[in-house]
Design a protein around this ligand. Structure first.
Ligand code: CTP
Ligand code: MG
Length: 229
């Protein structure tokens, strides 16, 4: 099977409170989305790449990625899952049912090339696929719904923080996203849709510094992580 890359970049970055979507903020001289894409495409595994962008995205044409012949763009949706589905639709002429699709957030520029390589090699023969994730480090408390009163401490030994890339078979992912969205199931990542479809994604442990740039403080942190590598 071949490998395809999907990068959802159609969000508006509400929590970042910047004057453009966060994937178009710069770290050093470069757009975050350009850093993310060049790190991914440094790996030669991919046969092609689709980036889901916003409907009236005036920043995308300014990027280096928009001029890269390996990359095409499509219009995303109002939720991340809809953006990924739009990109899968854009791939449907080219991808075979059993091809692998890797989905990686535009807002995760710090993915380490070793983690990408390990994800590809550890899951390459897996029937379902899976995701990078990292063990939960904090002590977790459960309250009742809407309450501030702690009922229990959650055992974190079997808990993981989901990261991206997430890697699944083309047709299985497309069907899983379609039915989970139709059912109104909260699809916060690809793995949750695959779980909804009754399959078990496999975790590959990744570095916790593969952060999603989400709030203003994450910008400086991402700059620091990128300089260290
Ligand atoms: N994303 C997308 N389409 C959407 C929403 C999000 O393609 N409708 C993308 C974002 O561009 C980002 C990734 O999904 O690369 C992760 O989403 P998130 O961190 O939530 O980004 P935003 O939705 O842009 O930020 P916020 O939730 O703070 O508004
Ligand atoms: Mg969001």
């Amino acid at each position: 099977p071949r490998y395809w890359l999907i990068v959802p970049a159609a969000g508006s970055g509400q929590r970042m409170q910047a004057d453009c979507p966060k994937q178009y903020l710069r770290l050093g001289q470069r757009f975050i989305v350009d850093i993310t894409l060049s790190r991914l495409l440094d790996n030669a595994a991919f046969s092609g790449c689709v980036v889901a962008t916003g409907a009236n995205d005036r920043w995308w044409p300014e990027t280096d990625a928009s001029k890269d012949p390996r990359i095409s763009a499509c219009i995303g949706g109002s939720e991340r899952a809809a953006s990924v589905l739009a990109a899968l639709d854009a791939l449907s002429e080219r991808a075979d049912d059993d091809d692998w699709v890797l989905v990686h957030d535009a807002a995760r520029p710090c993915l380490h090339p070793d983690d990408l390589r390990r994800l590809l090699s550890e899951l390459g023969d897996h029937p379902v696929g899976g995701l990078l994730a990292t063990p939960v480090a904090d002590t977790l408390k459960r309250t009742g719904p809407g309450s501030r009163e702690v009922e229990t401490t959650v055992d974190r030994r079997d808990l993981w923080r989901a990261l991206t890339p997430q890697m699944f078979r083309f047709l299985a992912l497309k069907r899983a996203l379609e039915s989970a969205i139709d059912a109104g199931y909260p699809v916060t990542d690809e793995a949750s849709a695959i779980e909804y479809a009754g399959q078990n994604p496999c975790i590959v442990e990744g570095r916790p510094d593969n952060i999603k740039v989400t709030v203003p403080a994450d910008l400086a942190l991402a700059g620091f992580i990128l300089k260290r590598k």
